[in-house]
Design a protein around this ligand. Structure first.
Ligand SMILES: [Zn+2]
Ligand SMILES: [Zn+2]
Ligand SMILES: [Zn+2]
Length: 143
């Protein structure tokens, strides 16, 4: 019988499926165990919202991962992602290029990408150019 692990959420559940390795391949099991712990820690961080603090009477937000204080909750939550080296903000074509697969650690960086790296198609050669290069490109494009 095949077991479906796609529905498993907790590291214990995931580890349960690899239980037989404990005896057959203890080294591999130890590795998976380590990964499951790390994953579980990351899930913890990601499922915990930034905490509010008051600094001189002004509400601020503390990143749950590194403890840095930010003015906005969004920034404090985004800080977790960069601390964990995660890039959850996917462009998916928001910049204008359908096949764009860039991803960013914060919404601001994604927005900056969409504004500055936004692509336009050159009417002469039909190739995409970044917004920054567009004017220069069009000036020199031979088609
Ligand atoms: Zn942080
Ligand atoms: Zn993009
Ligand atoms: Zn061109």
């Amino acid at each position: 019988m095949e077991e479906d692990i796609t529905g498993a959420h907790s590291p214990e559940q995931i580890l349960g499926y690899f239980g037989h390795l404990k005896i057959n391949n203890p080294d591999l099991y130890a590795m998976i165990n380590q990964d499951a712990k790390e994953l579980s820690r990351i899930f913890d961080v990601l499922s915990t919202d930034a905490q509010e603090v008051y600094v001189e009477g002004i509400r601020k937000y503390v990143c749950v991962q590194c403890g840095r204080i930010h003015d906005r909750k969004q920034r404090a939550n985004d800080c977790r992602y960069s601390d964990l080296k995660l890039k959850p903000y996917l462009c998916q074509g928001a910049c204008g290029l359908d096949s764009c697969d860039r991803s960013y650690v914060s919404k601001q960086l994604l927005n900056r990408h969409c504004e500055n790296d936004q692509v336009k198609m050159c009417g002469r050669c039909n190739k995409y150019q970044s917004k920054q290069n567009y004017a220069r490109h069009v000036g020199s494009c031979q088609g």
